[in-house]
Ligand binder design. Structure first.
Ligand SMILES: [Zn+2]
Length: 334
């Protein structure tokens, strides 16, 4: 099994972000990927560099105006760009808006600033996912995309939750176009609201998300169990919200339900949005998983027939991230 990586993720260093009106240092620091790299090396995976697949696969998921907005922020020298206002009227958009106006339109929160290297880092995170997807398309059974920044809160026309381009969705759509039906399971502690929005009406991609209930948790507005897909993809979305106190046993039961539903869709590939922020010690303070839960998830994935593409999402406990990832990979039997 190969792990795909790009050192360009280091160009993205968000600094201070604002959550719920309170300023704090961003948890999405480059050291996260250093920990994950150590884990994949300890597990014996070959680490390969991402290959550039261009902008077209990104535009198959995101709007051109959103990609243009992100790209226009490249190289800004006057500090990070973050919304000063929020404009939520869909028809209000003007192409001649300033970048700060577009930030208020395209970005959903103040956790997602654009620095001078953010576009490059996000572009290459998507290329990491596409390179790993290409290994699956060429016949490999497993591949691991070490993406940073993460992607699952980014929708067609918006970014949020410290994510800009939806790496998992970009890979899933590219694979669906060449191999047919894809199932995607999101096991990050936060609901994958961007991924859900992207595939809401897409009959080719089944999406399941297992996450802390949004009742009092990011992303707040979506991730409830009665959200099951749009008219043309009815019941192809499955949300499995969990209460804050959920530990290993209830989580594994929930994961099994998501896995069974995903496999019932008879996918050519299973994509996993892989978050380690469900750990009880994670500063995201979502659920109460032990590191051993990741071994069990890996073992369950090791038993399935179809190829598995792993796309890295969250995970912020720098003291345990390496061990969590290594334990998962050993469970997977790589
Ligand atoms: Zn998360």
């Amino acid at each position: 099994m190969k792990a795909v990586y790009s050192d360009r993720h280091r160009l993205h260093s968000p600094g201070t972000v604002v959550e719920g009106g309170v300023a704090r240092p961003s948890r999405d620091v480059p050291a996260r990927l250093d920990a994950l790299l150590r884990a994949v090396r300890r597990a014996g995976l070959a680490v390969v560099d991402a290959v550039d697949h261009g902008r077209a696969p990104l535009a198959a998921v995101h709007t051109d105006r959103y990609l243009d907005f992100l790209a226009a922020s490249e190289g800004m020298k006057h500090g990070p760009l973050a919304p000063a206002i929020f404009e939520s009227r869909p028809d209000a958009y003007r192409p001649d808006w300033s970048l700060i106006a577009k930030a208020g339109f395209h970005l959903r929160d103040q956790l997602t600033p654009l620095g001078e290297g953010t576009w490059q880092a996000a572009y290459w995170a998507a290329q990491v996912a596409l390179t790993a997807a290409a290994f699956i398309r060429e016949g490999e059974r497993r591949a691991y995309a070490l993406c940073r920044p993460s992607g699952h809160h980014a929708g067609r026309d918006f970014g949020g939750g410290a994510t800009y381009l939806n790496n998992a969705a970009i890979a899933a759509r590219a694979l669906a176009a060449s191999l047919g039906r894809v199932s995607l399971i999101d096991i990050d502690v936060h609901h994958g609201n961007g991924t859900q929005e992207i595939f809401w009406e897409d009959p080719d991609v089944f999406f399941a998300s297992l996450h802390r209930s949004p009742a009092s948790y990011y992303p707040h507005c979506t991730g409830f169990a009665d959200e099951t897909g749009g008219r043309s993809a009815s019941h192809l979305t499955l949300n499995h919200p969990l209460p804050e106190e959920t530990g290993d046993e209830a989580y594994i039961t929930g994961f099994m339900a998501c896995l069974n539903a995903a496999l019932a869709n008879k996918p050519s590939v299973l994509v996993i949005s892989l978050g380690f922020d469900t750990l009880e010690s994670d500063p995201a303070k979502g659920l109460q998983l032990s590191i051993e839960a990741f071994r069990k998830i890996g073992e369950m994935l090791a038993k399935i027939e179809c190829p598995v593409l792993l796309i890295q999402e969250g995970g912020y406990d720098l003291t345990k991230l390496e061990d969590a990832a290594l334990t998962f990979l050993l469970g997977l039997g790589v």
